[in-house]
Design a protein around this ligand. Structure first.
Ligand code: PXG
Length: 291
């Protein structure tokens, strides 16, 4: 496997960064997770836009522009001759001194693009559905670290994940500081009730997920009413269906939350229709490349 590392394509074994890189020392940097399906990079522009927004928010300079960045991604995919891939983009503050001061790293931003396979959850969960649990760790409050920033500092989500795992669950439901539903550790959440779809607004403490936005578009196309709405756990418990969305996870049915069976306790019709439609879209939309 070849990795794009600060302007060069290098072998995986040579893709190394300094122990003084502030991405490692402080989680100071931003990232994206992107997928390509049959030589089509899904929502590439949206991912690049979000990467640049995250960087802008933390005053991080990206050493490639908005045209060069997608080109670097495509070249990495081609170099690896991958039709289907998970593309992990990392821009860190770069090598600096000990001490937080990012000015010490000026001009040394590190860009890493890795392409590989990813499977977030076991395959059978997509057929049977997943059970999730609300965890004590709340999502970062936006005034402290805005969840819209896809930063290299994922401890908030990792703590929640650990709590779910320690309780015997694969995934955690995270609430915000007001007790409203925010998202899961690496996915956005949707609930279906009386044929309508609801997801929390991103300002309730969620990443503005690109898969989430696509699902809202798919719902519109299917003429299923879909809304952004502030949600309590009660609204999740009493829904007829629930599912999670994310680039890595794609669309995962949820059939149990905090010991409450959701609807019939198996993946529902709306969820299945959206999963099918999503598969159609990923098979035809995207930035094309040849290997
Ligand atoms: N919420 C959070 C906190 C995320 O990190 C999503 C929602 C879904 O967003 P998208 O735009 O992908 O629909 C994410 C997605 C990884 C990795 O290691 C990345 C995510 C989740 C899990 C793993 O690349 N980000």
């Amino acid at each position: 496997m070849k990795v794009y590392l600060s302007g060069k394509l290098v072998e995986k074994k040579d893709a190394k960064v300094s122990v003084f890189d502030h991405g490692l020392l402080y989680g100071d940097g931003v990232f994206e997770g992107i997928r390509s399906y049959s030589c089509l990079v899904f929502k590439l522009k949206e991912h690049i836009d979000r990467l640049f927004e995250s960087a802008q928010s933390i005053c991080l300079n990206i050493p490639l522009n908005r045209k060069e960045f997608p080109d670097a991604i495509i070249n990495t995919l081609k170099a690896n001759r991958l039709k289907d891939a998970y593309i992990r983009v990392v821009v860190s503050r770069g090598e600096g001194d000990l001490g937080l001061d990012p000015r010490k790293c000026k001009g040394n931003e590190t860009v890493i693009i890795i392409t590989d396979k990813i499977s977030l959850y076991p395959k059978e969960l997509y057929e049977k559905g997943m059970s999730i649990i609300t965890v004590p760790t709340i999502r970062n409050i936006p005034e402290a670290l805005n969840p819209r920033i896809k930063s290299l500092n994922y401890l908030n989500n990792i703590l929640a994940k650990i709590e779910a795992i320690n309780s015997g669950y694969q995934e955690a439901l995270m609430l915000n500081h007001l007790g409203y539903v925010a998202e899961c550790t690496g996915d956005n959440i949707f609930v279906v009730k009386e044929g309508k779809i609801y997801t929390p607004p991103h300002y309730m403490g969620a990443l503005k997920g690109i898969t989430r936005d696509e699902v809202l578009k798919i719902a519109k196309h299917l003429k299923v009413p879909a809304y952004e709405k502030i949600l309590t756990r009660h609204e999740l418990y009493t829904g007829s269906e629930c599912f999670l969305t994310g680039t890595a996870a794609e669309i995962v049915p949820v059939v149990e939350i905090d010991g409450r069976k959701i609807g019939a306790g198996k993946p529902g019709g709306v969820t299945k229709t959206i999963m099918k439609e999503f598969r159609k879209v990923t098979g035809k939309d995207g930035v094309k490349y040849k290997i």
